[in-house]
Design a protein around this ligand. Sequence first.
Ligand SMILES: *Cc1c(COP(=O)(O)O)cnc(C)c1O
Length: 413
Amino acid sequence: MADYAISPAQQRAIDQVNTYSAHNYKPLPVVIATADGARVRDIDGREYIDCLAAYSAVNFGHQNAQLLKAAEKQLHTLTLTSRAFYSEPFGPFVQDLAELCGKDMVLPMNSGAEAVETAIKTARKWAYESKGVPDGQAEIIVMAGNFHGRTTTIVSFSDDPEARQSFSPFTPGFRTVPFGDAAALEAAIGENTAAVLLEPIQGEAGVIIPPAGFLTEVRAITSRHNVLMIADEIQSGLARAGETFACDREGVVPDLYVLGKALGGGIMPVSAVVADRDILGLFQPGQHGSTFGGNPLACAIGSEVVEILRTGEMQEASRRKGARLAAAFKPLVAEGHLTAVRQAGLWLGLDVHPSLGTARDICYRLLDKGVLAKDTHTKTIRFAPPLVISDAELEEVIEHSIAAFEGAAADRD
Ligand SMILES: *Cc1c(COP(=O)(O)O)cnc(C)c1O
């Protein structure tokens, strides 16, 4: 493994975290102090290019001037009322987001997991009150390899043993089918199926892209059986995959969009479920809520995020820069450094050849060269830099990454 030197100052900061914070993450040993665009700086002043972008929560760049301006204005005006009252930025935000999605209504929450929980409750409510499923029988079909968050209900239908171990008893009402298998999905649908919940591209699983036409088939199958299609676009959406939504890659419109991460512009946790009136209109006062959901600061930022997405510039940048990265990395498969390169927009999953070590070993080498990337599932490195990364920075990432793979191969030989 490459030796990444941890300075005394960084070591002290890391020790403090390890002493006082629960160890529910295993971060790379870098303590970030400041950031701008695609660059971050550690507490010793060393610079890195951020190729994770907080799991796509920072799609529009660190310290994005347009988003900061909107946030600062709101910060000094009104930040929290709760939904007990109306607030000035709330109406514009829900209208902006509904229009971006081509839907009627928005239900705002905070974290991604809360939005997924909201979508599950929405689908069950719709099944009982609209479809006529007998009480207590509603079922939701999910995909193998899914990641939808960390709440007790959500880990109930995860197939990652680490996510579930010691957290039982689990919530019933879910059934799992292989991701990308439309026939298995259709076979799993029964009279009591409320919804199919899926990530159009599985992010945490390693940027797993389903076979072409799968989303189109899911849409056709769910429509045919009067089952809701719920697209968890928390990581794949908002320009990451080269379109406003990853579903747009096949021209598919789900019944519910679940959004989060980049919706908060890297400033605030902002999430939402977006759907038509016949679905979200089922909620009556008191049936669901959140103290912070739809707060004025979140709304001001969310509206500005929608504004950024309106021009299509971010989507175009995502496609163009992603194609460049993929073209640079694909030859590494023939060279035996990688076993696969998957790409959708500026979102790549690289599978490291086992002879080079684990993906985490490579991430240490990248760190040493000033590139922050994150491993997922032992063999995969995810590259998802902010979409505003400059062309020069992108070339730097390519140069350092190739050097990291070649270094690992040289040390092996
Ligand atoms: C990150 C993520 C979530 C959970 O979001 P949190 O804000 O961490 O709760 C849910 N679904 C997908 C697809 C995600 O990538």
